[in-house]
Structures are given as structure tokens and as C-alpha cells.
Design a protein around this ligand. Sequence first.
Ligand code: DGJ
Length: 548
Amino acid sequence: MKRLFLLLAALLGLCACTELQRESPLPRLEKRGEATQLIVDDKPYLILGGELWNSTASSSAYMEREGIWGRLQATGLNTVLLPVYWELIEPEEGVFDFSMLDEAIAEARRRDMRLVLLWFGSWKNSMSCYAPGWMKRQFGTTYPLVKNREGRTLEILSPFEEVNCEQDKRAFVALMTHLKATDAERTVVMVQVENEIGMLQSARDYSEAANKAYHEAVPQEVVDYLKEQGEACRPRLYEAWRGQGCPEAGDWEALFGPGLDTEEFFMAYHFARYVEQIARAGKEVYPLPMYVNAALNSRGRKAGEYPSAGPLSHLWDLWHLAAPSIDFLAPDIYDPLFPEWVAQYDLPQNPLFIPEIKHEPCPENGARVFYAVGRHKALGFSPYAIDDVTPDVPRYALKEAYAVLRAIAPEVLSAQAAGRIHGVWFDQAHTEQVVRIGDIELCCRHDLTLGWSAEAAHPELWSETAALIVELGAGEFLVAGTGVVLTLRSYREDGTIVGIERIEELDYHDAGLPVLRRLNGDEDHQGRHLRIPFGQYGVQCLVCYTYR
Ligand code: DGJ
């Protein structure tokens, strides 16, 4: 009897072990050398993604009719950012239906693609429109909403109410529990918690609970953080506190002075605390990387006029302090000034990921991804409304850019970790940039400055271009991108000459990255430059020589 029991126990152990072996390792964020990277299947992973229009994933039949999965795959995406709608997964309180999500996971898996899930829970673009109907019918009573200064109710769940947070948390935990149970292959690699959180129409909540919290002493952890971090805090927060004489106690206005900035600090802290409860509970069940995305505070608008108090760069400290389970804050970029925005989210403890960027027929996105990955070691890139892709259009910018990046991803990811990667960016106001690597200066320019292309004479056609440069070894570089011309110069002032020994164009349509052709003569201007023409994408290997 005892022997039978032991045999059974051994068999059960074996089954459990085989079960474990079948599970792929958990996706995670990891600091590798100089970069924080997303690790999938135990290897660094570069997200070449796209986010669906909001309503697309509400129907598999619709996705099939429109041939969406096929188009995304043909465009070369490796990851799709796909919403999970609270109102659809919990149609009745406590009753969950994950069938649509299961179909999306199966479809992505079939196509060897990964998913980032977007939790459309309490807040989506500030509003609470994705709360389930059974909750909406009790808005303002069981589930308190935000009020503006005049006492008018806004359809935004108040972050000061435990009951709201508890419901969201319960649903989110159900989602993460379901994923854990069903996604052994780790098709889902990351989760966005909520979507573009922020106050609109009013910089702060004036509900009774919010007013009470506003006039209470600022939590001690905020004061301790300010004292500890001091000038290392983002400037707007630190300056406000310093402007008040660095007080160590008092309510929000005592600490930061009256005004919209203080209202925004207050709301950011409380939004973050609410999100923390949800993310932490989700991670306790299934610890995938989690982030929050921000609608940017652009075009000179004041708090309350843009979705304020969201995960914005100037509020990074408060979000970081109050929501430690959130791995990073991410910008949704719908404005020009791409280099300025991305720089604000590449912080020592905040890796850059761009979950949304204006798509449309926007050729610059092809260029932008090279810059983000090369200059800021981005985890990935994802234009919004990606369902609109038209992969059959010849020279489709995003498709070309993603094909290049897919082919060179191993080199790019290891160069990110080793700090051997650079990014250059060009627009009409920034036509030249010099990258110094050791004693060699790589002088890069917008291709149209050559005046060789028809577009050069028409400034209105000068769209942005960019490239990344990977240091392969001494005097050897990989240059990838679009619309760039590169010449060489020695940094030493001793008459050393740096020349081009050879340039090879690599075939990025082949995963092995074979040499397609030697670029010489007209193509390298008789040994004077490396060029990826405007409107084309490519990757070239450059080998230099020096002499005196
Ligand atoms: C940003 C949001 O996060 C998206 O879900 C979508 O609503 C876009 N704006 C629309 O422009």
C-alpha cells in the first residue's frame, strides 16, 4: 500500500514537472548593462508593435472580416497592443467571460505574435466609459464620481473611493488569474494598467472625500521622499516645494503653495495610489511587467485642460513613489517634437516605451523607431490605429523599418546593453549631427542636404529621417535607418585620416543578414560617404581605415 502511494506520488510529481517544463519562462523587465530590457523566453525582446483602434478587439468576427490579423502580420509586427474591456469581460457583477481574449491569444500565437494587453478599467482617456453597465447604473451612488469646482459631477470614477478601486481590482485580478491559467506560452508579455488616466475639465476632484484629503496633512512618505531626493526630483515638484521653504509638514497647499500645479500633484499621488492597488494585486497573482500610459501635457495648456495628473514626466516622482508596482510611465505621442518628448521619458529608472504614436499615413514613424531604439534604448514602438496598415503599398515605411529592425534586433539589443548604440535624428531644423566613437567622428546629415534627390528642392517634402548606429568592433559599424548621409573624420588633431574601407549593404529580408552587395562608386560617392537615400530603408555595414 505504502509502495503504491509512493509510486502515485512520484507519478504526480513527474506530471507536475512536465507541466512546469511546458511553461515558458515569465516575461520580465531586466537591467542588462546600460539598458532595461523586456525579456521574453529568456531573451531580450524588441517590441515592433502597433495598437488597435479602440473597438476592434471587441469582436473576433469583425477582425476576421477585415483581415486584420493577416495585415498586421504582413506588416511585420511582432507584437499587438490589444484592449481588454472591463464592460465586456464582466457583463454581470462577478461573472466573467474571457472568450474574446482567448481567441485573440490563440490568433496571435498561431501567427507567432505577442500581445500587450491594455486594461480599459476605471479610466480610459480620463473618462470611466469602460466600467460595466451594472456599475454605471450605480454611478454617483454606490460608485462615487469626481466633481468639478462648481460641484458638477463628471463621469470619472473618483480615485478617493475604496469601493471603486475594489471593483476594478477584483476584475483585474480575475483577468490576471485567467491569463496565468491559460497562457503557458506567454503570448501576453506585458500589461498596461488603465489608459491615459487624468483629470479633464477640472484640475482636481472636488468631491467630499477629495476635499477632505486635500486639506489633510500630506502623507509622510511624500515628505520623506522630497527630503531624500531633493534636487534629484523632477524640477516642477522640487521647485514648488522649495518655493514654500521646504516644509516638512502641512496640507498640499502648505507644502507646494496654492494653484493648479499643487492640485495636479495631489491628484497624481492619489491616482497612483489607486493604480498601485490594482497592479500590485494583479502581480501577486501573475507578475507580468506593467506600465501606465500618458496623454501628453502639450500645446501650452493648463492642468485640467489636458488630462492632468496622469503618468506625466513632470509627475514621475509621485507616480514612482505611490505606484511601485508600475514598472514605467510611457508617453502617447500625438504631437510634433518627437525627440523632446521621448527624452522626457528616458529616465534613470524609467525605460522608454512608446505604446502609442500617431499613425495615419505617417512616413516619419519609420524613422522615429530607429531614433527611439538607438538614442534612447527603447523597449519598443507602437503606432496607434494600426488596423489601418496597408502592407501591400510599395515601400510602406513602417513595414520597411520593422523588417530592418527585426533582422538586426539581436545586434541592436546586445548593443543597447553594452552601451554601443547611438541614434541620430534629422528634420528641417536639425540637419546635421556628429557622433563621436573613440577617435572617429561620424558626421551624419539629412540626406536631402546633398541636394541629389528631387525632394531636396521642395522643403515641404523634407520629412523627418533618422538612423541608428551600432558599434560592431574597432572601426566597424552597422548603420540602419532612412535618409541619412554619413562621412568620417578623425577626432585627433594630428593629421590622421579616417577613410571608408568598404560598405556592404545587408539583405534585411533574410534573417541571416547576408551581404546583398558591395556599395561603391556612385553609391558611396567614390569612397566619400555612406548613404541610405531619403524614402528608402536599409542597413549597411561600414568598415573604416585610418592613416597619417
Ligand atoms: C489616445 C488613447 O489612448 C487611444 O485609446 C485613442 O483614444 C487615441 N488617443 C485616439 O486618438
